[in-house]
Design a binder for this molecule. Structure first.
Ligand code: UP5
Ligand code: MG
Length: 206
């Protein structure tokens, strides 16, 4: 993708930090296309005839990162489909495709592959709060979400993978000065205010 035509913002943070919730808010403010890697994987898992369905289910339940080829392909296809639909300025006010890529990249190899083969990201919104808070939110959501990884055992594994594999991604982008850290321990509205401010500043500088 041409970096002149598309803007990609990665949205990271631990399981249950509120990535999906805040992305939905930012879509209303700025008209982003929101792509959640986890949602794309769950959709692929449930797609009839998918050769990856069973594999994805197992990885997600174990909190492990699905092999990057699958995830990067799903993201790339979704980006292409969005750009085709919004062809030539009838969807994007400034003619640019703005993407919020949620829950990706969560491992260094994915980050490198996406940067090289898809496009460079503009920045990383990094939502942080304590494990205790995230766990509380996930267990609460688990009562109704139907997500196979919203249970105590899977949550523990997700936290571990997050610390071991995703934190290095944050450190990598920090060195490139791309990371905007946002305190996600306060109310949804307060987190939204901060996030909106960060994105406004970002676009003002472009
Ligand atoms: N909530 C949100 N904000 C709140 C606030 N400020 N105060 C109080 N409550 C708040 O929020 C979670 C819950 O908390 C909700 O009920 C919300 O109302 C409440 P949500 O916005 O859904 O948080 P989010 O950070 O999006 O949590 P999610 O569970 O989606 O995070 P994960 O990163 O664990 O999940 P994801 O879907 O990204 O990935 C799932 C799995 O897919 C991974 O574990 C992995 O196995 C696989 N995966 C890959 O293999 N590769 C990838 O690239 C991506 C995913
Ligand atoms: Mg999510």
């Amino acid at each position: 993708f041409d970096n002149e035509k598309v803007t990609v913002i990665f949205v990271l943070g631990g399981p249950g930090a509120g990535k999906g919730t805040q992305c939905a808010n930012l879509v209303k403010d700025f008209g982003f296309c929101h792509l959640s890697a986890g949602d794309l994987l769950r959709a692929e898992q449930n797609r009839e005839g998918s050769q990856y369905g069973e594999m994805i289910r197992q990885y997600i339940r174990e909190g492990q990162i699905v092999p990057m080829e699958v995830t990067v392909k799903l993201l790339e296809n979704a980006m292409r489909a969005t750009l085709a639909e919004n062809h030539e300025g009838d969807g994007w006010a400034d003619g640019k495709g703005r993407f919020l890529i949620d829950g990706f990249p969560r491992k260094l190899d994915q980050a490198a592959k996406f940067d090289q083969e898809v496009c460079l990201s503009t920045c990383v919104l990094f939502f942080t709060t304590t494990e205790e808070e995230m766990s509380k939110r996930l267990l609460e959501r688990g009562k109704t979400s139907g997500r196979e990884d919203d249970n105590e055992e899977s949550i523990k594994k997700r936290f571990l993978v997050y610390k071991e594999q995703t934190m290095p991604v944050i450190e990598h982008y920090s060195k490139e000065e791309k990371v905007e850290t946002i305190d996600a321990s306060v109310s949804i509205e307060e987190v939204h205010e901060t996030a909106r401010g960060v994105v406004e500043k970002l676009f003002a500088n472009k």
